[in-house]
Design a protein around this ligand. Structure first.
Ligand code: CTP
Ligand code: MG
Length: 219
């Protein structure tokens, strides 16, 4: 049994000029979050869906299970996992509500990729030359692009193993996490790289939101 875990507990601080977080801004007559919720609902590989979301935004979304947001993205994931524990899913598929253009194929692909491992994450090969700069002003070194991949969601994990890792971490360790697979890999879970999807971009900045608006309105 596969549980979908939709993350909508963030404040969207890198996007400015709106009175609500990016996932609740209306595009094409409905909030950004509704796009991925519909895709998850229609995906035959997903058996139940939990949305991590503040209470004030739960009305009108439909009949989903809900969990409370945490102070960091990883804390929000942990809250969702703790809520889902009662349903004992085999796998959890974690997705950013800020990625409205996820497809059913993206979800099914990451689940399939995870089957031979403990989990899988979609990632795109990095195409630009990539520099490391320790001070943000001058180049420290040029990284080997052939070994670099940009991670996306939906990410799929063995539910018991992934929850178990969160239960062993301190509050500070959870706050320091930079991506959902970081602790999975750190605790020995084997995480496959699944095929990324260029269309499944995350709305982070105002330019991303306008890109999404143009796609929806041009349909
Ligand atoms: N998220 C969450 N709980 C948090 C932080 C983030 O559920 N405490 C969710 C966001 O709602 C988003 C996804 O994680 O759907 C990806 O995170 P990000 O793009 O960083 O969203 P925000 O943290 O909301 O944005 P920002 O970092 O610009 O403030
Ligand atoms: Mg954030």
């Amino acid at each position: 049994m596969n549980a979908g875990l939709i993350l909508a507990g963030g404040k969207g601080e890198r996007l400015t000029g709106y009175d609500k977080p990016k996932q609740f801004i209306e595009v094409g007559g409905k909030p950004v979050i509704s796009y991925c919720l519909q895709t998850f609902e229609q995906c035959a590989d997903i058996d139940l869906i939990c949305v991590v979301i503040a209470e004030e935004y739960r009305g009108n979304l439909g009949s989903f299970l809900f969990a409370d947001p945490g102070k960091s993205r990883q804390h929000s994931i942990y809250n969702g996992l703790l809520f889902l524990k009662q349903y004992a899913p085999d796998r959890v598929v974690v997705h950013d509500a800020a990625r409205p253009l996820v497809t059913g194929a993206d979800i099914s692909d990451v689940i399939t990729s995870s089957l031979a491992c403990d989990g899988a994450t979609p990632a795109l090969p990095v195409t630009d030359t990539t520099y490391q700069s320790v001070d943000g002003k001058t180049i420290t070194t040029t990284l080997n692009r052939d070994e670099l991949f940009a991670g996306q969601t939906p990410e799929c994990y063995d539910f018991k193993k992934y929850l178990g890792i969160h239960e062993r971490l301190s509050d500070e360790e959870l706050s320091a996490v930079r991506g959902s697979s970081e602790i999975a890999v750190g605790f020995g879970m084997k995480i496959a790289l699944a095929k990324g999807d260029e269309c499944n971009f995350k709305i982070t900045t105002n330019a991303d939101l306008e890109r999404f608006r143009t796609i929806v309105e041009g349909r």
